[in-house]
Design a protein around this ligand. Structure first.
Ligand code: ZN
Length: 163
């Protein structure tokens, strides 16, 4: 028997990834100053990070690049801390509400697909700002993304590029 009252700590900062699905409004409170983004490709059946140089096989093969953004948030439906995936238009909409001191932190945001497809455009509604939450450092998101894309060339890119 291997008793152990102090098991190793769980990996830090594991949050479920949530995306805005058709017909299901997503309501979150943003917990970070900014959205963390990277370029990706859908390549060999999965999403990989674009390494942004001549070493990127997907670029070489002219596979379309897609920007993906992530920000840690509280999902109001579940009260869980999640990694909220956002598209580029959503980022553009949200960034209008940034202020110098807090960025996006504390904003309550409603997202809903306008249409029934997984790729339908997303309507964004921004409500009040609530600063009573714990603000999460941008490096946390960066580390999560590094792990998410660690099994391909994207890791090198993420470490090299100043994000
Ligand atoms: Zn690429």
């Amino acid at each position: 028997m291997r008793f152990d009252n102090s098991p190793p700590a769980a990996p830090l900062h594991l949050y479920p990834i949530v995306r805005c699905k058709p017909k299901v409004p997503l309501r979150v409170i943003l917990l970070q100053h900014s959205i963390f983004g990277l370029w990706t490709h859908f390549w060999n059946g999965k999403t990989i990070a674009c390494s942004g140089d001549e070493l990127c096989d997907a670029c070489t093969a002219n596979v379309k690049d897609v920007w993906a953004g992530y920000i840690i948030a509280t999902a109001l439906e579940t009260d869980l801390t999640v990694l909220c995936a956002v598209t580029r238009p959503v980022k553009t909409d949200l960034d209008k509400y940034k202020d110098e001191e807090h960025g996006l932190f504390g904003l309550s945001v409603g997202l809903q697909r306008v249409g029934h497809r997984k790729t339908s455009p997303i309507a964004v509604k921004v409500g009040h700002r609530n600063l009573m939450h714990e603000k999460i450092d941008g490096r946390v998101t960066r580390n999560i993304i590094l792990r998410l894309f660690a099994d391909n060339a994207g890791k090198k890119m993420l470490e090299d590029r100043d994000l």
